[in-house]
Design a protein around this ligand. Structure first.
Ligand code: NDP
Ligand code: 2IT
Length: 445
């Protein structure tokens, strides 16, 4: 494999797709050695085929706001790779959404889904629509218009979308309602559904719980537990609250949460009561960060700052891509961080990853750490197929086991001669080998 030549060709073909090129570079760099040791991959053109999505659907999404004004957003679905199962991956509604971001997310999803041990291919979709500040009726009309296009190419055995930034239970409900009406069937075509209409118990908290289960495995290798550890989190969305809850439950002290305009530092740590307060605010579409600092004395709001300047043992970025840069990583290392686990997708820049790895900080990449979300989506699909519903204990036990398995795969393929575990390499190699093997078996398609 000639990595720099492949990247130069891709840059020429897809100019300006920064996030997509970043994600591809990281994976190819990690698998270079194993790829070159197995000439059958090159002979079958695996790299050339795996870096391009099978297809991309783009469409316009017209909708009418409450005052009667017409708006047009862009909608996308990237069906990246279905070598090991139907396309599977979330939908993101955020003004920053563009093709590069969805291609990076879809590409990552291929390897993440492979790591889960479940039969799911990779895909991603979304829109530049911003649900913030919209009424329920506006969100419903947007979701219905979005599904009017999307439903043609998805299906329970073809492509199964779910949530991501800006898409939670409410949006999945509106999307599912429209799909059901158009297709005239009630099937597991989306995951993250409500409990009474096919959803899995624990799916909302699964990504955050899974991230903490993964981090707990990292700690265990050093003979440690979450008990008494200082934890810094970013974001306070779906992933962050699940992580906050589980880390707190295991005895960790979560001292930060954040939003796009700054972060809260609470030296007393989050409690179940504080987490519930924030969930109530979120459910009513309100800002969290400022009301928190008013309600809980002793906490401080740091406007325009990221949480990575505080002293912590474990850092779990849970907001968005490239939210933790080189300077942040240097701050964290200087302040004694021992573990970094990516709850979000690619929140750490490549330069920051190098800082952690050079300092021998244990660093878990998103595609391994946050795979508990899509894994529990996979469990939701299984329950839908079987037409039954597992208990919380059953789902939690399976999720926990899957996270342990993912961790073992990272250790198996990522342990270096000096004993340091390169989790980035481990996750990429393990995820890749399964998909590449399936692509070899199924011929050039
Ligand atoms: P949510 O929309 O629930 O929450 C996103 C959080 O990040 C919010 O706190 C939001 O703040 C904050 N945020 C969003 N964009 C920015 C930004 N540009 N700068 C700073 N903060 C920002 O999304 P999720 O929790 O679902 O997703 C978070 C991350 O986890 C994403 O990277 C996603 O891809 C990844 N992920 C999600 C999974 C899931 O199951 N949902 C599974 C695996 C990974 P505010 O609300 O104030 O805008
Ligand atoms: O990034 C992700 O893994 C998700 N947003 C969850 C995808 C899913 O299909 O549950």
């Amino acid at each position: 494999m000639k990595l720099e030549k492949i990247m130069a060709d891709l840059e020429k073909k897809h100019p300006g797709e920064v996030e997509y090129l970043q994600a591809v570079h990281e994976v190819l760099e990690s698998i270079e050695e194993i790829y070159n040791d197995n000439p059958q991959f090159e002979a079958a053109g695996i790299i050339e085929r795996i870096v391009e999505p099978d297809r991309v659907l783009t469409f316009k999404v017209p909708w009418v706001d409450d005052s009667g004004k017409v708006h047009v957003n862009l909608g996308y679905r990237v069906q990246f790779n279905n070598a090991i199962g139907p396309y599977k991956g979330g939908l993101r509604f955020h003004p920053s959404v563009n093709l590069s971001i969805l291609k990076f997310l879809g590409f990552e999803q291929i390897f993440k889904n492979s790591l889960t041990t479940l039969p799911m291919g990779g895909g991603k979709g979304g829109s530049d629509f911003d649900p913030k500040g919209k009424s329920n009726a506006e969100v419903m009309r947007f979701c219905q218009s979005f599904m009017l296009e999307l439903w043609h190419i998805i299906g329970p055995e073809t492509d199964v979308p779910a949530g991501d930034i800006g898409v939670g239970g409410r949006e999945i409900g509106f999307l599912y309602g429209m799909y059901k009406k158009l297709a005239r069937e009630h099937t597991g075509v989306l995951t993250g559904k409500g409990r009474n209409w096919g959803g899995s118990i624990l799916r909302p908290e699964a990504t955050g719980y899974g991230a903490v289960y993964f981090a707990a495995e990292m700690l265990k290798l050093k003979g440690e537990t979450f008990n008494g550890k200082i934890v810094a989190l970013s974001g306070f969305g779906n992933v962050a609250w699940g992580a906050a809850r589980k880390a707190t439950e295991l005895g960790g002290k979560v001292v930060t949460i954040s939003g796009p305009d700054g972060y809260i530092y609470d030296p007393n740590g989050l409690t179940a009561e504080k987490i519930d307060f924030m969930l109530d605010l979120r459910a009513s579409n309100q800002d969290i960060v400022l009301p928190y600092s008013y309600k809980f004395p002793g906490s401080e709001f740091h406007a325009g700052k990221r949480p990575w300047e505080v002293k912590c043992d474990v850092a779990i970025p849970c907001a968005t891509q490239n939210e933790l840069g080189k300077q942040d990583a240097e701050n964290l290392v200087r302040n004694g961080v021992s573990y970094v686990a990516e709850g979000a997708n690619m929140p750490t820049t490549p330069e920051a990853v190098t800082v952690f790895q050079d300092a021998k900080v244990m660093f878990g990449p998103g595609k391994a750490v946050n795979a508990g979300g899509v894994a529990t989506s996979g469990l939701e699909m299984t329950q839908n197929t079987m037409k039954l519903s597992w208990t919380a204990e059953e789902v939690d036990q399976r999720l926990h086991q899957i996270m342990k398995d993912i961790h073992s795969q990272c250790v198996q393929y990522g342990t270096q001669e000096d004993g340091y575990i390169n989790y980035v390499k481990g996750a990429n190699v393990a995820g890749f080998l399964k998909v590449a093997g399936a692509m070899l078996d199924c011929g050039v398609v």
